[in-house]
Design a protein around this ligand. Structure first.
Ligand code: NAP
Length: 470
């Protein structure tokens, strides 16, 4: 399905990072870049340009990288940072000021003049969503939506979720972006897709005939996709209060994981064919009908949330669980349960596929985090003078099976694929719209009344969802 990861340097590129001083850049993007440099994956003609509205120096950014890398990994190497320093520059840009884009254009031109070649340009928009539209427009108006003057190289946008706030705003955002950038130039990040286990779903399904042949409603009785965490909103109240669990996680990550789980594996495993198959999965899913919201969805809010956001009347959900169905005959009648929540007892992201009726089911679980791997629950006879059965598991964990190759962080893969211009691990405009189409009726119903919002204690299992599965 995938091209092998490069073991040699990626293509020469200028990576412009809007929002380099932000939370995401510090926790994910910059450490991922550090690891690409550490593994010699970066072409010698790679140039990193960080932008900020403030006077931030390259030394400041390098300190942040050191701090982030040492906090999460052993073996920080100062030589890698020194190497990064030679590729880095900063530019003061206010993304809302037109004149600053002329400066950015000049900086890119200078870099290319000095390099003596045209380079790919990759604009990473790691900035709050409300700034996104203006940046795209100004990049376009300043001719930064094409490669350098020879026209040989690409100009690409690497964008963070959320892609819109609802169906209407997503349509608008996609339409405005398309005035300046073609779909081919846009890479919409869903970093869950870049996790090792997520990439393994298709490989596993395709190359294990035992499962491939029974991957349908005759054998599978339920699919559950879960992304729960023990932390709360961690000071991101301003952002979260206007978003909530359904928009934040279900519309993007959980829908994107549902598609490879259900899709008809194409004979031709190209990015295009896989995107078509994913699209067909999303198009076949019906929204929760208004009269079934009560028994097909549960929403909750953790107890201390309102204090954290200083809004005693907040109805924003920090927990959402819902059951969808597909009209594809292959998945007829199979409940597709999507669950996400914050401030819960455990952290887990998984895809669970149940074979057979409870309590005699076999359960296959893809674990995306923690401890990436796959578990198959089986029933065996208990040892000794008994014929009693017990559930046991066959367990595959990446860290024990492939000790020398611990999974790369998803953001390394995101950067690699965007620099290579491979769309497979990114969401298309149609996929984004299809996900919103599925969820919009539920969002509309939830907006009418919050009577069903369950307040749950932090550190608990969250609201009871037993009513959801028939
Ligand atoms: N943080 C996460 O865990 C996470 C997870 C998934 C997706 N995302 C997405 O990733 C993007 C970045 O998230 P983030 O949490 O890193 O954002 P952030 O920290 O709130 O902002 C990033 C940077 O953008 C600049 N900025 C902030 N407000 C601005 C404004 N009104 N006008 C112009 N520039 C502004 C600031 O840089 P200067 O002050 O230096 O100019 C800031 O450091 C967002 O689209 C977010 O939805 C974030």
């Amino acid at each position: 399905m995938h091209k092998d990861l490069p073991t040699t340097a990626l293509e020469p590129t200028i990576l412009v990072i809007f929002g380099i001083t932000g939370d995401l850049a510090e926790r994910k993007v910059l450490p991922a870049l550090y690891h690409l440099f550490a593994n010699d994956l970066v072409h010698p003609q790679t140039y990193l340009v960080g932008t900020s509205r403030r006077d931030i120096s390259v030394a400041d950014i390098l300190k942040r990288i050191e701090h982030a890398v040492t906090a999460h990994t052993d073996g920080f190497d100062p030589a890698v940072l020194q190497k990064m320093a030679t590729h880095f520059s900063m530019l003061k840009v206010d993304p809302t000021v037109d004149a600053d884009y002329a400066q950015l254009r000049d900086r890119l031109q200078q870099i290319e003049d000095k390099a003596g070649v045209c380079l790919h340009r990759l604009f990473y928009l790691s900035i709050p969503p409300q700034v996104y539209g203006g940046i795209v427009q100004r990049l376009g108006q300043n001719g930064l939506n094409t490669g350098c003057s020879h026209g040989v190289t690409a100009s690409r946008l690497l964008v963070e979720k959320p892609f819109g706030y609802d169906l209407h705003s997503a349509q608008e955002l996609i339409s405005k972006t398309s005035e300046h950038f073609s779909e081919e130039q846009i890479f919409r990040i869903d970093h869950y897709l870049a996790k090792e286990t997520a990439q393994n779903i298709l490989t596993f399904r395709q190359h294990n005939p035992l499962f491939n042949q029974i991957w349908n409603h005759r054998h599978i009785t339920g699919v559950s996709i879960t992304a729960i965490e023990s932390i709360g909103i961690e000071g991101r109240g301003n952002f979260y209060e206007h978003v909530g669990a359904l928009r934040d996680l279900v519309q993007s990550h959980l829908m994107q994981l549902l598609s490879p789980t259900l899709l008809d594996i194409p004979s031709d495993m190209t990015a295009d064919a896989i995107h078509k198959a994913k699209q067909s999965v999303l198009d076949s899913i019906t929204p929760v009908p208004a009269d079934q919201v009560a028994n097909r969805s549960v929403r909750g809010q953790y107890q201390t949330y309102r204090e954290e956001v200083h809004n005693p009347d907040s109805t924003t959900e920090t927990y959402a669980s819902l059951v969808l169905y597909s009209q594809d005959p292959r998945w007829e009648g199979v409940p597709l349960k999507l669950t996400t929540g914050k401030a819960l007892k455990i952290k887990r992201t998984s895809i669970t596929v149940d074979f057979g009726d409870q309590p005699h089911s076999n359960r296959l679980q893809f674990r995306l985090q923690p401890n990436e791997g796959i578990t198959l629950a089986l029933r065996v006879k208990k040892p000794g003078l008994t014929s009693a059965m017990e559930e046991t598991t066959m367990d595959f964990a990446y860290h024990t099976a492939f000790q020398a190759h611990s999974p790369r962080d998803a953001y390394e893969r995101v950067l690699i694929e965007a620099i290579r211009g491979d769309h497979l691990l990114f969401a298309t405009d149609e996929e984004v719209l299809a996900s919103w189409r599925i969820l919009q009726p539920l969002l509309d119903e939830w907006a009418k009344s919050s009577a069903d919002l369950v307040i749950y204690p932090s550190g608990s299992d969250g609201p009871d969802t037993s009513k959801l599965i028939p």
